[in-house]
Design a protein around this ligand. Structure first.
Ligand code: SIN
Length: 291
């Protein structure tokens, strides 16, 4: 398994790794302040090292959340965001488990392993999620290290997967809003991305398919594609690749969508859980056989 550089020195804040491979808690920093460029560079380095980083007790406004997010790149506006929302960059996840759509007897929301907006031509670099209302118990989020998941495949599977391309589709958001899939595809056509992507900053290889948005693998029969995708989706569920975070009000999680996937555990009905996310736009996934 790939091990995060737990000995790495950070000058601007304290870092406590939560597992040997993924996730670290960062203390001694106020994200509501205007942070110097060197601090932002260290946060970015911590994100690359640990793939998901956590901050506690960040009582920041929506404006401060947006300002912090913009230090890492342009922010997207999610198509499910209402046109008249005051800050369209904030993506609200206001979940009442019992109101989630029932898919084959299971309430489905963010409780599916996914990498945010992999259905975009240029999917997200990273997501910054703020806990506003947190259930007394439950409602944790889990992340899986998809670099470790790739590393854990057999040599033959790694080699084969690296030659393949998958189709990603986000039209479920249109369906949930009562619109047709075709209306979604007019603005966000299905996208083809490599099954294994090279991280543009670290050069690491990560498995880049997810159970929420990856539909099929090009060039394989439906049966072959379903079989291989099921096998690869299952990699995210391996506990050794995971970290699990217990939210508190004003906790923030910042994760690298290019290197990990996440799953919001839907175990807290009838409690409320309100989260706000800003999502930093990334670049087009690629596979570089030389790196
Ligand atoms: C998300 O999928 O971006 C949200 C995860 C969560 O609500 O914990």
């Amino acid at each position: 398994m790939a091990t995060a550089a737990v000995t790495q020195e950070f000058q601007k804040f304290a870092v406590k790794p939560l597992t040997p491979g993924i996730g670290a808690e960062i203390a001694g920093i106020d994200l509501g302040e205007h942070l110097p460029d060197e601090t932002i560079a260290e946060i970015r380095q911590a994100l690359l090292t640990y793939k998901v980083i956590f901050f506690r007790d960040q009582d920041i406004t929506q404006e401060q959340h947006i300002t912090f997010g913009r230090r890492f790149g342009q922010l997207e506006i999610h198509p499910a965001t209402p046109d008249d929302q005051q800050h369209p960059e904030i993506f609200h996840l206001r979940t009442r488990t019992e109101q989630l759509p029932d898919v084959a007897g299971r309430r489905i929301g963010a409780n599916v392993w996914h990498s945010d907006v992999s259905w975009r031509a240029e999917p997200s670099l990273g997501s910054i999620l703020m806990g506003r209302t947190i259930p007394e118990v439950g409602g944790d989020t889990m992340w899986a290290d998809m670099v470790a998941a790739y590393e854990g495949l057999s040599p033959a599977m790694k080699e084969w997967a690296s030659t393949l391309t998958a189709v990603h589709d986000g039209s479920i958001f249109a369906v949930l809003a009562g619109n047709s899939r075709e209306s979604f595809w007019e603005n966000f056509p299905m996208q083809e991305h490599p099954l294994v992507r090279t991280h543009p900053e670290t050069g690491e290889r990560a498995l880049y398919v997810n159970a929420a948005f990856t539909m099929n693998i090009k060039g394989l029969s439906t049966k072959e594609s379903d079989w291989l995708l099921d096998h690869l989706f299952e990699q995210a569920a391996i506990p050794e690749y995971q970290v699990r975070f217990r939210w508190q009000k004003n906790s923030i999680a910042f994760w690298d969508n290019r290197a990990c996937q996440h799953y919001a555990v839907g175990d807290y009905a009838p409690a409320a859980r309100d989260m706000e996310r800003v999502t930093v736009i990334g670049d087009r996934p690629f596979f570089d056989p030389q790196r």
